[in-house]
Design a protein around this ligand. Structure first.
Ligand SMILES: [Zn+2]
Length: 151
């Protein structure tokens, strides 16, 4: 995005002024595309957030944002992303062992211990993920009582 300092009027911060123009322009574009304005604002720039038809939440300045309602939700989101990262690292570690085995090098006892430890770690990650998603589903059931009568 480019800012040009043409709108340099007295008594106001030029950059802020231009920013606001861009925000208004982007916001009206979003509205035209069917997006709805939310009560929440972007934590980075304070612009109102918009919900797209697709359900995605976007800031007119920053684009897509992840909306969390509370500190608890924020830490949940952090935990979830850490778990995903861990899963990836573990998978790549296990991949190293696979290439060693494939390369025809002798598999040592230490390697086996390594594989078992990493698989153990992976199992724990999976277990935590299952527990967390189960908790989340129970919470949802608690906070949204009987909206659905079927199933
Ligand atoms: Zn923003």
């Amino acid at each position: 995005m480019q800012f040009n300092a043409r709108l340099n009027c007295d008594g106001c911060n030029a950059l802020e002024h231009i920013n606001r123009d861009i925000i208004i322009k982007k916001a009206s574009e979003l509205m035209r595309s069917g997006a709805t304005m939310l009560a929440e604002s972007c934590p980075l720039c304070g612009s109102p957030l918009f919900k797209l038809v697709s359900g995605e939440v976007v800031c007119p300045v920053h684009g897509r944002v992840m909306l969390v309602k509370s500190e608890e939700e924020l830490s949940e989101a952090n935990v979830a992303s850490v778990l995903i990262e861990l899963e990836k690292s573990i998978a790549s570690k296990l991949g190293d062992y696979i290439s060693k085995i494939r390369s025809g090098k002798e598999v040592e006892f230490e390697d086996l211990r390594g594989i078992i430890s990493w698989l153990d770690a992976l199992e724990r990650v999976e277990r935590i993920k299952t527990i967390l998603s189960r908790e989340k589903m129970q919470e949802k059931r608690k906070t949204k009582p009987s909206r659905k009568t079927a199933d």
